[in-house]
Design a protein around this ligand. Structure first.
Ligand code: C5P
Length: 416
């Protein structure tokens, strides 16, 4: 299968700003693109720098601004070829007459024109110029050449211009451009999902089962989790086209087809493996494990002997795995689970916020017919507020069916 991993949260927009008064609008465009979760790097031509300072774009994008082609220092950072490869979309906004002419002619005498030739990413241009320059035969000829070459043109708006003229040539508002970019990636994502599965190409990491916290070499603290829900989700994610890593506590279940399994014992061990899987690349992290909240403060080196009527064992809090992963700077889409016996909705919503999750699936474990050892489950799914999605009730069904519905919920939230 050859398709691009496409998740908005990890898409890279290379925004090129050229010399025109509309360059001021591009500062806001960076903000809007960042609001939608895109990574943004900015390239400026020399002309653009006459209108606006690179520092503005550096501060807004959170990345250094690229301005030079033949500068050893700049090339030592992220060179032009690396930058061209980094981009998932080259967005030239505003695109001056000069930049369009250079692209059409295939010149490579500055950083931007070289990037245009060196990138495999789609190129979008948002021309902005005086209405007479826009109407000029040479400009229109260059535009036609670019369209033939596969460049997408964001057409300019008509209206009053900074130079006092009235006509076509104004760059559309930043919000409108950002929305078009978002829509483009969402449509691409939908097309991939339809063809290859809802999680096509996604790297999913799932924690499952209980953890085991040693007391001494022969005893431990654990819980009744069987890992069934996590294993069903792993199978459903694989069926949906994902690459799946299952970090499993001690359970007696077969590894689902196509899934890579890492066996762990304690919560600390599960956290270490989770962090390492994040390093290897993870787009979605699903925490179904019933992690022991506490571990024994000091594990005895030898078997503790019977003595007296009481035995006190000091416990210390375990790390919260899902919250730790959610707190990393390059965080995946985070899914948590909550098993509650009362106030299910209130507790789940609170966990969603406290643990910085994107989605939480919760079940009422006071119901004898679902949860833990049962083959069936029923859940309510809540999404972080920014997704503006209503909660979903997943009616009682087999854990396989619930897993399938969770995959759909994850997909829907991510393409929204
Ligand atoms: O706080 P509580 O245990 O109810 O939260 C449940 C969610 O948090 C589950 O997704 C569980 O896998 C995760 N969790 C975790 N590490 C912990 C405790 C819970 O990842 N130490």
């Amino acid at each position: 299968m050859s398709f691009d991993l496409s998740v908005i949260s990890s898409k890279n927009i290379l925004l090129a700003v050229t010399g025109g008064i509309a360059a001021y609008k591009s500062a806001i465009l960076v903000r809007r693109l960042k609001d939608y979760g895109f990574n943004v790097r900015v390239v400026m031509t020399h002309g653009a720098q006459a209108f606006i300072q690179p520092l503005t774009f550096q501060a807004l994008s959170g990345n250094p601004v690229h301005t030079e082609l033949l500068n050893p220092e700049a090339e030592a950072g992220m060179g032009h070829i690396e930058l061209a490869r980094w981009a998932d979309l080259l967005l030239v906004a505003p695109a001056s007459c000069d930049s369009l002419a250079k692209f059409a002619a295939g010149l490579a005498d500055d950083l931007l024109s070289t990037l245009y030739l060196a990138t495999k990413a789609p190129v979008w241009v948002a021309p902005a110029m005086n209405q007479q320059m826009w109407a000029a035969k040479a400009t229109q000829r260059n535009l036609n050449t670019l369209i033939e070459d596969g460049v997408h043109v964001i057409m300019p708006d008509a209206g009053s211009q900074a130079c006092g003229d009235v006509g076509l040539g104004r760059m559309p508002e930043p919000e409108e451009i950002a929305q078009q970019v978002k829509l483009y990636f969402h449509q691409a994502e939908r097309a991939i999902a339809e063809k290859f599965g809802l999680l096509a190409g996604q790297r999913v990491v799932i924690t499952a089962g209980p953890t085991r916290e040693a007391i001494d070499p022969v005893r431990y603290i654990s819980n009744h989790s069987t890992g069934k829900m996590g294993f069903s989700i792993a199978a459903a994610c694989y069926a949906a086209g994902a690459t799946v890593t299952l970090i499993a506590g001690p359970v007696s279940l077969d590894t689902p087809n196509g899934v890579s399994r890492i066996n762990v014992s304690s919560a600390k061990h599960m956290l270490d493996e989770s962090l390492q899987s994040l390093e290897r690349g993870c787009d979605v992290f699903i925490a179904t494990a019933a992690v022991a909240d506490y571990r024994v403060a000091e594990v005895a080196e030898h078997k503790i002997k019977k003595a007296g009527d009481e035995l006190a064992v000091a416990l210390v809090k375990n790390p919260d795995i899902v919250a730790t992963i959610a707190g990393q700077s390059k965080r995946p889409f985070m899914v948590g689970f909550a098993a509650e016996t009362r106030n299910v909705e209130a507790y789940a919503s609170e966990k969603l916020v406290v643990k910085k999750l994107d989605m939480i699936a919760c079940n009422d474990v006071s119901r004898a017919d679902i949860g833990f050892a049962s083959d069936q489950n029923a859940m309510t799914v809540f999404f972080a507020e920014r997704y503006k999605m209503d909660k979903r009730e997943l009616e009682k069904a087999s854990k396989q069916e619930i897993a399938q519905q969770l995959v759909e919920a994850i997909h829907d939230a991510r393409v929204k």
